[in-house]
Design a binder for this molecule. Structure first.
Ligand code: ADP
Ligand code: MG
Length: 635
């Protein structure tokens, strides 16, 4: 098979980009593969072309709705049978896609990893003929990495369970140890791993040591307002303030961060993409999936979160191949802030213990979890909680069964009486019963699914099917809320203390590794002989092996990043700042860790619930090292 011809035929592209052909050949020869190319290098094509050529369905797992949408739109524009399953689909649209997939009429199906939680989908997947599993943004698999998504840990097991003959992993950022670890999990031969393209000659990488108080002035001096620019900052507040500052200084800039409304974010992004706005001051919320070719400047006003983030973020510059300028304003001042994010995502021993105890003592085999309530109950943030549940699942303590909605409500579009008239005999009685036994509020009608199921002696499923049917007819507007994930408890024979400790140790190990990644990053900016070379080597690229000659390290040598400007604080001051906190925070969650989190501004569910963030001392020491603070706390 001549792959160039196939490429031309399917996509109209004249040649492969670097690395694409190697990966595609490996796949066409029946192997699994792992492509680590930087952003914009054309990773999607590595699955798109084989997917057309392979006989059956390629399932693509993607972490972001907008990425799925872009890729499916592109594929459809090329007349390729591609679809995506996401929550925006109407029921009949969903069914139509599944039916076509079962009939083999779809080549590429894109889903989020959470889709696998859905029992119906898992059953449907078993009825499809599958050629390949693709994991886009595969670094989400690694709990050692940034952007970790706990459910990704289950993908190797899904690969086996659904018998995908081949896998393809795609990412822009994976360190060598992560690559190795992931290959093992997916049984990928290291010969079919390809790292390429990290060195981009047109990116001029600069690092300069600038103290916190000098940053604004320095940025103003460096910034060319005529050029398309992204300025990355750590905190939402900095984004907002810096955008105002720049605008007042005649450098119009817009802030972009996760605290803005979705429509505002979309609007800002569109204006930037169209060139109407030149300068965005953004947190890391900005950028995934941004494909603008002429971004000329990327400034890191604060240090990036890691070298992986750095690489992704500068990767957005100069896609058109023209020279582009990337500068990091290095200072130690926001390092503690970055580290505090890491401490925020660990699970405390108490929370792990409580969860395990709950599992051990739960009187039934099926264990329903409402993730939000559980997060509050344990005072454990969503990410570590989800991670913990996945760990337990992988250790076969629990097993995902299915998810369902607990609360169903609706509004009438048609009178109840008229709706019932559409049914005969027992079905009419059944529908009438649902209406009669539901609680009618002013506008909404709340369905007591459990109660009806008991009184009428039927399954929950029958009630829900009926409601969905009536909704589909347009006679009511049905709303489902409050997801419950049903797990089966498969093993309670663990030693509580011992097992809790082991899981806790694992979280600690990850925490330490994340913290050292931040230190390594600082070391990179401070001590590199060549930023371009060291960065490429960090990701395992071997083809580029000389100094670039145009980064700041090559041009002016290494920099020295001075110690931060922190005012020393005493243990007495620290404990003094806790008075109000101790008076307001529930005793059951009070610990040195929660007190230190309070002072360092690291959020947890109980802070939100008890309005702790409103207290004066919240986050007073957010720029101080968490470990220093916790060490001095005496409750
Ligand atoms: P990545 O996922 O690596 O960030 P994408 O897959 O989104 O990159 O591809 C970036 C762009 O490159 C897309 O617009 C894609 O259509 C284009 N592209 C990919 N392969 C080729 C090729 N062989 N020739 C020309 N353009 C390509
Ligand atoms: Mg991509």
């Amino acid at each position: 098979m001549n792959l160039e011809n196939e490429l031309e035929k399917a996509f109209g592209f004249g040649e492969f980009k670097t690395g694409q052909k190697e990966i595609i050949s490996a796949l066409m020869n029946g192997h699994s593969a792992f492509a680590i190319f930087p952003t914009g290098a054309g990773k999607s094509l590595c699955y798109q072309l084989p997917a057309i050529l392979l006989p059956n369905l390629t399932l693509v797992v993607s972490p972001l709705l907008s990425l799925m949408k872009d890729q499916v739109d592109f594929l459809k524009s090329q007349n390729i049978a591609a679809e995506r399953l996401d929550s925006s689909l109407e029921r009949d649209e969903y069914s139509a896609i599944i039916d076509r997939a079962k009939r083999g009429e779809i080549k590429i199906l894109m889903v989020s990893v959470e889709r696998f939680r859905n029992e119906r989908f898992r059953n449907q997947l078993k009825q499809m003929r599958l050629s390949m599993l693709v994991v886009d943004e595969a670094h989400c698999i690694s709990e050692w990495g940034h952007n970790f998504r706990p459910d990704y840990l289950k993908l190797p097991a899904y690969r086996i369970e659904y018998q995908f003959p081949q896998v393809l992993l795609l990412t822009a950022t994976a360190k060598e140890d992560v690559i190795f670890d992931t290959c093992e999990k997916f049984d990928i031969d290291p010969d079919n791993v390809l790292v390429t393209g990290f060195y981009r000659e047109n990116l001029k990488l600069h690092a300069s040591a600038i103290s916190a108080s000098e940053k604004r002035r320095y940025l103003l001096e460096k910034l060319d307002p005529e050029q398309s620019t992204i300025i990355y900052v750590t905190q939402q507040q900095t984004a907002a303030e810096l955008a105002v500052f720049l605008t007042n200084k005649n450098h119009p800039a817009l802030a972009y961060h996760a605290g803005l409304k979705t429509e505002d974010r979309e609007d800002i992004q569109n204006r930037f993409m169209s060139g109407e706005e030149n300068c965005i001051v953004a947190t890391i919320a900005f950028g995934m999936g941004i494909d603008k070719s002429d971004i000329r400047q990327i400034f890191h006003y604060d240090m990036p979160k890691s070298l992986e983030n750095y690489s992704q973020e500068i990767g957005r510059a100069g896609r058109d191949g023209k020279d582009s300028y990337c500068e990091v304003l290095c200072s130690r001042d926001n390092l503690n802030l970055l580290k505090n994010f890491v401490y925020g995502d660990t699970a405390e021993y108490d929370a792990i213990y409580k969860l395990l105890q709950q599992i051990k003592d739960f009187p039934e085999t099926n264990w329903p979890v409402k993730i939000l309530s559980l997060s509050n109950e344990l005072n454990l943030r969503m990410l570590p909680l989800k991670t913990l549940l996945v760990y337990l699942e992988m250790a076969r303590v629990i097993k995902t069964l299915y998810a369902y909605y607990e609360d169903y409500s609706f509004t009438y579009n048609l009178d109840a009486e008229q709706i019932v008239k559409n049914f005969d005999g027992e079905r009419a009685t059944f529908i009438q019963t649902i209406f009669d036994q539901s609680e009618h509020k002013r506008k909404w009608v709340k369905v007591d699914v459990e109660g009806i199921a008991q009184n009428y002696n039927c399954d929950r499923a029958r009630i829900i099917t009926a409601l969905e049917y009536i909704d589909e007819k347009g006679w009511i507007n049905l709303e489902a809320k409050q997801t419950v994930d049903m797990y089966e408890i498969t093993n309670r024979q663990f030693d509580l203390v011992d097992y809790a400790q082991r899981i806790y140790d694992k979280f600690q190990e990850i925490e330490e590794s994340e913290i050292s990644r931040i230190d390594n990053m600082l070391d990179f900016f401070e001590n590199s002989d060549c930023l371009s070379f060291d960065l490429a080597r960090y990701f395992g690229e071997e083809t580029f092996n000389q100094n670039c000659g145009h980064c700041s390290a090559c041009l002016t040598g290494p920099i020295e990043i001075k110690a931060g400007e922190l005012v020393p604080i005493s243990a007495a001051e620290i404990n003094e700042s806790l008075t109000e906190f101790k008076a307001n925070f529930p005793k059951e969650f009070l610990s040195e860790a929660s007190a230190a989190r309070f002072l360092c501004g690291i959020n947890c569910p109980a802070f939100t619930k008890h309005k702790i963030k409103k207290l004066n001392s919240f986050a007073v020491y957010e720029t101080y090292p968490y470990k220093e603070i916790i060490r001095q706390i005496d409750l």
